[in-house]
Design a protein around this ligand. Structure first.
Ligand code: SER
Length: 314
């Protein structure tokens, strides 16, 4: 990667990835794009363009004039929010990615798309979920993600486009909140621990999901995009996860730092049913073997960092 265009730059991943990439590759070489200009480092720390990713002509024009060699396409609608308007979720997630792929093809740019644990469904083996397995998701977000994994592989095979992707688990971070996902409880719990000393979980006890701390997610994107293509057996998309826990385990980890922390439950039926349709723990051996995936943060190390960062922030 030398010149990189990032879409969805104001989202939970984008706000941190843009800053991270600008440090690694030079601010002038990382173009952030989003539907709105928000005050802060994304819009002010380097090149920025307004873009609705469904506008294929605008996408291609911006990519071409920036002379990007890589597109990191983050713009999208998450799982729970997607269920409130499935048609628009499909439009943004799928038609937006079709426009992005065509722009990348026109300019010969490498292409990164985040997939998700949402690309799996209730018939997927839930424990140690293999890299290659049954994928019959039941959310519109998951249906889009499977379609796009296949479409990205197709663009590689048919047009030789250098497409690569990661199946992200729930991502936990302190810079920007996730917008309407099922794994969001594992972010909200830290904010409420710092603000109130207690949290009411919308996910039920005993529900395990894969998670990863944002610094490991940022490293994974860079490592995958810089990986030697000759080593990649898979492309779209690699299982990646750093930990798997249920609500009581994250609460117990917080209590090691804040012994008085209390948690109760008010389960949201929609997000609970989505969580139950996803794996409990992913097998990430393909990512380790093909490009050296090695996350640094486990649950307790992440908890210590999250709580101290949020105490400074809030
Ligand atoms: N974190 C996402 C969500 O919950 C999964 O990709 O929707």
């Amino acid at each position: 990667m030398k010149r990189i265009m990032v879409t969805g730059a104001n989202g939970q991943i984008g706000v941190e990835l843009v800053v991270h990439l600008r440090k690694l590759y030079g601010a002038e070489n990382v173009l952030a794009t989003a539907r709105r200009l928000v005050p802060g480092p994304v819009g002010e720390g380097g090149p920025f363009q307004l873009l609705d990713v469904r506008d294929g002509a605008a996408f291609s024009g911006i990519l071409g004039s920036f002379r990007a060699d890589t597109v990191i396409h983050l713009a999208g609608i998450l799982s729970a929010k997607g269920e409130s308007d499935p048609v628009s979720s499909w439009d943004i997630n799928v038609n937006g990615t079709c426009a992005a792929l065509e722009a990348a093809r026109a300019h010969g740019a490498a292409f990164f798309l985040p997939s998700s644990i949402a690309a799996f469904g209730p018939s997927t083996p839930a424990r140690n979920t293999p890299q290659d397995t049954i994928q019959r998701p039941t959310t519109i977000y998951g249906v889009a993600k499977v379609s796009l994994e296949l479409l990205c592989d197709y663009y590689h095979k048919r047009f030789g486009l250098d497409t690569r992707g990661l199946r992200f688990p729930g991502l936990i971070s302190y810079e920007a909140l996730p917008g309407g996902g099922t794994t969001d409880y594992a972010v909200h719990i830290y904010y409420d621990a710092v603000k109130k000393g207690s949290y009411t979980s919308f996910i039920a006890p005993g529900t395990c999901m894969d998670m990863m701390y944002m610094p490991d997610a940022l490293d994974a994107v860079v490592q995958l995009m810089e990986a030697d293509p000759a080593r990649l057996v898979h492309r779209n998309a690699f299982n990646v996860s750093a930990m798997s826990f249920e609500p009581e385990q994250i609460a117990a980890s917080i209590r090691k730092v804040m012994p008085g922390f209390a948690m109760d439950y008010d389960v949201d039926p929609l997000r609970q049913s989505i969580a139950e349709s996803w794996p409990d723990s992913l097998d990430c051996s393909a990512a380790r073997e093909e490009w050296g995936f090695a996350p640094k943060y486990d649950l307790d190390r992440m908890t210590e960092d999250m709580l101290s960062r949020l105490k400074n922030k809030i």
